[in-house]
Design a protein around this ligand. Structure first.
Ligand SMILES: CC(C)(COP(=O)(O)OP(=O)(O)OC[C@H]1O[C@@H](n2cnc3c(N)ncnc32)[C@H](O)[C@@H]1OP(=O)(O)O)[C@@H](O)C(=O)NCCC(=O)NCCS
Length: 203
């Protein structure tokens, strides 16, 4: 599946949104399928995908295989402004739907619910030169052959057009493949801890 077309996401199409939530889950375990890891199949997408479709639809692009999304890239131009918008318009409804304690303590679902109630905010030191951020996920059958690269380049073009000077992302250290991919594309390490890395690229 090389050279698949890339198009804007249809954020107002419930079937496409459902499909993108599915792509998020099927790539959500450090790049592998997370389907068996969560009780609630929507929750991962609610934390890492839905707000971008709702609040930054112009920076959401999909890899299209005969009308069906098999990958996506999502971005936020101004991470600090995006976090404020999420605080007002995304997290409150999710907190009502997923009160603390919805899932057993220590479960992966519970860890996501805790993020819903206490979302992390980006380090201002990272945002100074890399104010935008992104997420990219491609289903296994569409990985390789340049699809991930072309998705990122589509987003970079859109971010440059909006005047962004730089973009960052978070990646789990154990997602060795993705870390190698980002470094190959020119990302460098901005920050890191035991679990994850923050990588950045000037645009
Ligand atoms: C990470 C991901 C987006 C990469 O997309 P991809 O389609 O597999 O990668 P591409 O084929 O576009 O690779 C682009 C370039 O990176 C190189 N590359 C890919 N993986 C690499 C690696 N681990 N180390 C070094 N180079 C790598 C490719 O050789 C290619 O080089 P070229 O363009 O110079 O010929 C995709 O594998 C994926 O979605 N994985 C699962 C979900 C995930 O982990 N998302 C990231 C979460 S932070």
């Amino acid at each position: 599946m090389t050279g698949l077309p890339i198009r804007p996401a249809r954020a107002d199409d419930p079937a496409e949104v459902d499909r993108l939530y599915d792509v998020c889950l099927r790539t959500g375990a450090a790049g592998d399928d997370a389907t068996g890891l969560y009780t609630d199949p929507r929750l991962l997408g609610e934390v890492y995908l839905g707000a971008y479709l709702a609040l930054e639809p112009g920076l959401a692009f999909v890899l299209d295989d005969a009308g069906t999304a098999v990958g996506y890239v999502l971005g936020a131009r101004d991470t600090a402004a995006f976090e404020s918008a999420c605080a007002r318009r995304w997290w409150p409804a999710l907190r009502d739907r997923y009160p603390l304690g919805t899932f057993p303590a220590g479960s992966r679902d519970d860890a996501l619910v805790r993020l819903v109630h206490a979302p992390p905010s980006a380090d201002p030191a990272v945002l100074r030169e890399h104010p935008s951020h992104l997420h990219v996920d491609v289903l296994p059958e569409a990985q390789g052959g340049g699809n991930g690269r072309r998705l990122l380049e589509t987003l970079f073009d859109a971010l440059r057009a909006s005047g962004s000077p730089g973009v960052h992302l978070g990646v789990a250290r154990d997602n060795v493949r993705a870390v190698g991919f980002y470094r190959h594309l020119g990302f460098t390490e901005l920050d890191g801890d035991d679990g994850g890395l923050t990588l950045g690229l000037r645009l």
